[in-house]
Design a protein around this ligand. Structure first.
Ligand code: CP
Ligand code: NVA
Length: 309
C-alpha cells in the first residue's frame, strides 16, 4: 500500500493539461499492447476496490477487466451487500477500505460523498460517476476524438440535452484543454456554471435551438434525458426534452466529418435517433472500448506515476 499523499481523480480538472497530454499518449501505448496480446503487468499484487451505489455495465467491466489485465485484482462492493447502505459514515468506510487496497473507484450520488471519502483515504480515489461529474468517460471520449480526428484544441463540441454530469465534465475539459462547447438544453435545464466547477474562461456558449448549437461542430454528443437518481422526473423530462433529440438534421449542419458520441446506455428514439447512433458519424463503440484503455492508463498513472515505454 502507498504511504505517499495520494493523487485523486475526482473531477476532470484534478489533472493538468500537461498530465492529460501524457495520458493520451499512454492510452495509445497501453491500447497497442492490448491489441497485440502482449502481457503488461505493472499492477502485479495491487488491489482495486470498486464501490457502486448506482448501476453500471461499462464502468464496472472496464475497471475490473483493466485491473486484471494490468496484473492486479479488483473487488466489487455495492450499497446493497455492504455496510455502505446501512449508514456507516463515509469517513469510516474510507479509513477501512483504503487500508486494505491500493486504489479505490467510486460511483455514487453527490460529489460531496466522494470528496469526503477521498479526504479520508490513504490511496488514490477515482470518480466513476457522480451526480455532478463523469471524468473517466470524458477522458475516454477525448481520446476517441483524438484517434479519429486529431487534437481537440480549438475544436467545437455540441452538447445537446441535459446539463448533467457528462455536460459539466465536457465544460471543465474545454477550459483545461482549450476547446469550445456549444450547449443546448431545454429551458429550465441550463448549465449552472458553479455546479459545473468552471473558472469562467469563456469556453462555452448556450443556444436556445439545438440546430444552432450543432452548426459547424466537430463532435456532436448527447446523453440520456434522465440520469440515474432522477428517475422520479422521467415523465416530465420526456416532455421537456422532446425537441432535443439528436437526429439527421442536426448532424447535417455539423461539420462534414463530425463524429457522434454517446457515453451509453442510449435510448434510441429519445435523445438520439437510430439513424444517427447506428449511422456513419457514430463512433460509440470505439468510445465505449476506450474506457478500458483510458482507465488502465489512469490507474497506472495515479499509482505508479509517469512511466517510460
Ligand atoms: N457510460 C457508462 O459509464 O456506462 P455504465 O453506466 O454502464 O458504467
Ligand atoms: N448521465 C448518465 C450517465 C450514465 C453513464 C447518468 O448519470 O445516469
Amino acid at each position: 500500500m502507498s504511504t505517499n499523499t495520494p493523487r485523486h481523480f475526482l473531477q476532470f480538472k484534478d489533472l493538468s493539461r500537461e498530465e492529460f497530454d501524457y495520458l493520451f499518449e499512454r492510452i495509445t501505448w497501453i491500447k497497442a499492447k492490448f491489441k497485440a496480446y502482449e502481457p503488461y503487468h505493472p499492477m502485479f499484487d495491487r488491489t482495486l476496490v470498486m464501490i457502486f451505489e448506482k448501476a453500471s455495465t461499462r464502468t464496472r467491466l472496464s475497471f475490473e477487466a483493466g485491473m486484471q489485465q494490468l496484473g492486479g485484482s479488483a473487488i466489487y462492493l455495492n450499497t446493497r451487500d455492504s455496510q455502505l447502505g446501512r449508514g456507516e459514515p463515509v469517513e469510516d468506510a474510507a479509513q477501512v477500505i483504503s487500508r486494505m487496497c491500493d486504489l479505490v473507484m467510486i460511483r455514487t450520488f453527490e460529489q460531496e460523498i466522494i470528496e469526503r471519502f477521498a479526504a479520508n483515504s490513504r490511496v488514490p480515489v477515482i470518480n466513476g460517476l457522480t451526480n455532478e461529474y463523469h471524468p473517466c468517460q470524458i477522458l475516454a471520449d477525448i481520446h476517441t476524438f483524438i484517434e479519429h480526428r486529431g487534437p481537440i484544441r480549438g475544436r467545437t463540441v455540441a452538447w445537446i440535452g441535459d446539463s448533467n454530469n457528462m455536460c459539466n465534465t465536457w465544460l471543465q475539459a474545454a477550459e483545461l484543454l482549450d476547446f469550445n462547447v456549444h450547449v443546448s438544453t431545454p429551458p429550465g435545464y441550463e448549465v449552472e456554471a458553479e455546479r459545473a466547477g468552471l473558472y469562467g474562461t469563456g469556453h462555452f456558449e448556450q443556444f436556445a435551438d439545438p440546430i444552432d448549437a450543432c452548426r459547424g461542430a466537430d463532435l456532436v454528443t448527447t446523453d440520456v434525458w434522465t440520469s440515474m437518481g432522477f428517475e422520479a422526473e422521467n415523465e416530465e423530462r420526456k416532455k421537456a426534452f422532446a425537441d432535443w433529440q439528436v437526429d439527421g438534421e442536426m448532424m447535417a449542419v455539423a461539420a462534414n466529418d463530425a463524429v457522434f458520441m454517446h457515453c451509453l446506455p442510449a435510448h434510441r428514439g429519445e435523445e438520439v435517433t437510430a439513424e444517427v447512433i447506428d449511422g456513419p458519424h457514430s463512433v460509440v463503440w470505439d468510445e465505449a472500448e476506450n474506457r478500458l484503455h483510458a482507465q488502465k492508463a489512469l490507474m497506472e498513472y495515479l499509482l505508479l506515476g509517469r512511466l517510460q515505454g
